[in-house]
Design a binder for this molecule. Structure first.
Ligand code: C2E
Ligand code: MG
Ligand code: MG
Length: 281
């Protein structure tokens, strides 16, 4: 209850902040996009994780305002990146199941996006299976509208929620994000390897880009690459970073990618691994 009452003031008091985690091409090491992850910097409670406060935001009816704040902040960041060498970077925001129940979610998002001088394709929306299944009809309508307007759609935490493969086929989607629990120790866990292999085969048939999240080690990364995963996200590449730090990270990483582009076709990720692993500490 205390958290809830403090949360009501958090937006106006400017206590939320977005961190950004890179999404990297598993072959070249190029940063393709980032995921925006919210943190609450509370004067009373310190830095609070979204795992703790998002459920309270949802229950307290504050999700629409928080999502609107996240979208606005992501758009401001994209706008700042346009004049730099970062105009092709996509920013993904997380939509809550509450957002997917809102008939006007897509219209509101597109209207907000229209207030900035950025292409629609720069924005990505991550949804969860559970969020969609709770209200298939409304969710699918919103997702179609977003996709028709060029917004990239990713299915987050894939494999952990309540979904059926037949429902999945009905969803407009661009990217499947394999949950970190299937990535963990994949180099020594045959059951995880079998699961990821099956997900990749299915996603390929559906024409989806496959991203593995929660990748922590070089061993996991190399197995995922061999299994046909396209992009990775996780501590092995970078933790979520402040806006300033992620800007620096992308500029440095993509400059290395550009410099090597003419010389080599593959194997770049191998060259970047030592830096990633040492940055991880
Ligand atoms: P998610 O969307 O699946 O985000 C990925 C989470 O995994 C993030 O946790 C990230 O910090 C963490 N992570 C990244 N790499 C690794 C890794 O290598 N190993 C491990 N163990 N974890 C890794 P975070 O930032 O605490 O966010 C937790 C969840 O909170 C998110 O899961 C998402 O569901 C939710 N969330 C975050 N920001 C927002 C937001 O703006 N709106 C909404 N509705 N939900 C959000
Ligand atoms: Mg996410
Ligand atoms: Mg996830």
């Amino acid at each position: 209850l205390r958290m809830e009452s403090l949360l009501y003031k958090a937006i106006d008091a400017n206590q939320f902040v977005l961190f950004y985690q890179p999404k990297t091409d598993v072959h070249t090491g190029e940063v393709k996009g980032v995921e925006a992850l919210i943190r609450w910097n509370s004067p009373e409670l310190g830095m609070v994780s979204p795992l703790e406060f998002i459920p309270i935001v949802e229950r307290g009816g504050m999700m629409p305002q928080v999502t609107e704040w996240v979208i606005g902040e992501a758009c401001r960041q994209l706008q700042q990146w346009q004049p730099l060498d970062l105009k092709n970077i996509r920013v993904a925001i997380n939509a809550s199941p509450v957002d997917l129940r809102d008939q006007n979610f897509a219209a509101k998002l597109l209207a907000q996006l229209g207030g900035y001088d950025i292409p629609t394709k720069s924005l990505e929306v991550e949804i969860t299976e559970t969020g969609v299944m709770e209200n298939m009809k409304t969710a699918i309508k919103s997702l179609r509208e977003l996709q028709e307007n060029g917004v990239t759609l990713s299915l987050d935490d894939f494999g952990t929620g309540h979904s059926s493969l037949s429902h999945l086929n009905a969803l407009p989607l661009n990217v499947l994000k394999i949950d970190g629990c299937f990535v963990r120790d994949i180099h020594i866990n045959p059951s995880n390897e079998a699961i990821v292999r099956a997900i990749v085969a299915m996603a390929n048939t559906a024409g989806l880009t496959i991203l593995a999240e929660g990748v922590e080690t070089a061993e996991e990364l190399l197995v995922l690459r061999n299994l046909g995963v396209d992009e990775i996200q996780g501590f092995v590449v970078s933790r979520p970073l402040s806006a300033e730090d992620v800007t620096e990270f992308i500029l440095t990483t993509n400059a290395e990618f550009e410099a090597s582009r003419h010389n080599r076709k593959h194997g770049r990720v191998i060259d970047l691994l030592p830096r990633w692993l040492s940055a991880r500490g």
